[in-house]
Design a protein around this ligand. Structure first.
Ligand SMILES: [Mg+2]
Length: 152
């Protein structure tokens, strides 16, 4: 089944928020070269292959974020600062089981779960979303071209 929708987690899939989750950082954020720093000097980095991956996928797939962060406002600001917001067609960013995020994505897009693929670094999310019938891929630290191409 060819996929129509590619869905990404944020923390430890798209970026590393200084070794923690973005809702544990301390805004305000500021840009320092290619990184973002929070007010305590923690460095928040986007994984090196993310923009290339999003560029490749854009136009061929619908793209979405599914994040259970408690600070959607901070997550959205980081997406803006990393200049990746425009790649995504759908943003589901709120706490709770990602089953809710995927039910909502199905409701909005009418895309079947079997036509979705999902990348996340947490086994609990991968397990729960797999149960819906979404191909769910565990990433260790950041999405890479190798993981993507092996999974699509
Ligand atoms: Mg994560």
């Amino acid at each position: 089944m060819p996929f129509k929708l590619v869905v990404f987690d944020l923390d430890f899939t798209i970026w590393n928020a200084g070794g923690t989750w973005c809702d544990h950082t301390t805004p305000p954020y500021r840009r320092v070269n290619n990184h973002i720093c929070d007010s305590q000097g923690s460095v928040i980095s986007i994984y090196p292959e993310v923009k290339e991956i999003l560029n490749q996928l854009q136009g061929n797939y619908e793209l979405a974020v599914a994040s259970r962060t408690h600070r959607s406002d901070w997550a959205l600001e980081l997406m803006q600062l990393f200049r990746i917001m425009d790649f995504f067609d759908h943003l589901e960013i709120y706490p709770g089981s990602k089953v809710a995020h995927f039910r909502r994505l199905h409701h909005i897009t009418r895309i079947e779960f079997s036509e979705m693929i999902f990348f996340d670094d947490e086994i609990r999310n991968v397990d729960e979303v797999s149960e819906l019938g979404v191909k769910s891929v565990l990433v260790r630290e950041g999405i890479t071209n190798e993981i993507l191409n092996r999974s699509l």
